[in-house]
Design a protein around this ligand. Sequence first.
Ligand SMILES: Nc1nc2c(c(=O)[nH]1)N[C@H]1C(S)=C(S)[C@@H](COP(=O)(O)O)O[C@H]1N2
Ligand SMILES: [Mo]
Length: 564
Amino acid sequence: MTATEQHTPGRAAAALSGVLAAASVLGVGHLVAAVVEPAASPFLATGAAMVDRTPRALKDFAIREFGSSDKLVLFASMAVVMVVLATVAGLLERRFRYAGCGLLVALGLVVVGAALQRPGATALFALPAVLGVLAGVLALRLLLRAAGGGSAHSAASAGGSGATARGNATRTRADGTDAATEAGGETDATQPVPIGSGRAPGDPAPAGKHSRRGFLGIAAGVGALAVATYAAGQYIGRALRDVAADRAGFVLPRPARPAPPIAPDVTLPVPGISPFTTSNGDFYRVDTALQLPALTSADWRLRIHGMVDREVEYTIDDLRERAAAESTFTLTCVSNEVGGDLLGTATWTGYRLADLLAEAGPRGEADMVLSTSVDGFTASTPLAALTDGRDALLAVGMNGEPLPVAHGYPARMVVPGLYGYVSATKWVVDLELTRFDRATAYWTDRGWAAEAPIKTSSRIDVPASFATVDAGRVTVGGVAWAQQHGIDRVEVQVDSGPWQRAELAAEYSVDTWRQWRWEWDAAPGAHTLRVRATDRTGATQTDARARPFPDGSTGWHSRVVTVR
Ligand SMILES: Nc1nc2c(c(=O)[nH]1)N[C@H]1C(S)=C(S)[C@@H](COP(=O)(O)O)O[C@H]1N2
Ligand SMILES: [Mo]
């Protein structure tokens, strides 16, 4: 018999439910925090906020009295307060449905407040507490329902603690059927009686006898889930901390021939123009990773196999015995819309892919390198692009630092002239020599082009869109790029006027973008500015607008500006 008898949950069960709900908040919150923002773990964020708010004198006292265990004392006190509040929430929920949930939500808001006050907090810092409280509320409702405070059980009747098992047994079952009609009431002599229950057939079943075991099972399940989510959060958090520590100790190889210095003349003195090199913090990020891979340099391996004379596998130490290389160039995402900012220029330090591949000896029939990331992403790169002399690198450094974790630590591919999805595999661990008629990759499986050279393009950085400027001399400026070819000319058009040649900054290399500017004698009114670039093959950007799919956007970038 599975009938859920409805009765007021016992105080102990309600209290336990409250504590387990709070544990769920912390467990789920901790796991979410490990993925999105470790400092926003509900317990830690609350503790940190308490430390910030502790009066100096009390802090001194705590440090004096408890020494290095002052944090332990703080956490233990917080745990005690939490257990008390959670018990209250459980007991409240027992009497007034949703009152305990309300208390959890209120406490959750306090935790959200604490998380949002962490240094550098963004809206994302609220997520662990929000999802944690959601889990906690669900857990509390589930547990109290299992303990007897089912959905058909009104707050009013729950309040009457004198409600009898008999009276409650005739209420609607959780599944909607009528317990009374099905079971014929609790006194039906034909009802089986649990062996050893010491109760004669026909005796009323004691309240909660049947549901108690169910409740304890659910309680155990909720408790186990809370512990498991917390443990998973710890595990992920530790892995990412290990990587952060590993990265902090990662020494960049010294290239035999450093990238040419970045001369001042590649930069034009135009306020608001994109800086020639993009800082790591400002560099766009595009990947499919929901959670950053946590790969230490000690665990990293790069295997080269497939159509090769001999399989090879490199460790970071193996690489260190080889000649390092460095190159500054502009990476571009195929998803960049006209005027978009999914591109950036960095100095990449690493090893020439051509050299690494040569050690494996690609066989004649191979025309593609299928690279795989530790998280399963794949990219298909023409073998020719890796061996034709361009600066195709297995990069370990970005702008003089080890790769940021989000940009592929400890090693990634970067290839000038090809969109990232066919060349720039981050956290790369595997290179398979194969053929385009045999293999496809992550995005090519989804209809994106297999061949994806970067299209010549240009962007207006200043004036900003819909800016209002004073009539007279206005500096228009931006960047233009045509990796592997080089920018030959940039032109600007005002409304439907003639195309006018912009001034170009010095060219660093054909693989980097070039800043441009044009001085405009602006007359009052609303005006549309347009830009187009011409590369060294002589090709001028087409004005035909195309979305990024399947092989990159086209069209002229334009901006509307008001001159007063
Ligand atoms: N592992 C992995 N590498 C990846 C991707 C990805 O989704 N996963 N995206 C690629 C794409 S589409 C681009 S444009 C570049 C972006 O590199 P960035 O995030 O360092 O700017 O990474 C490439 N490498
Ligand atoms: Mo991309």
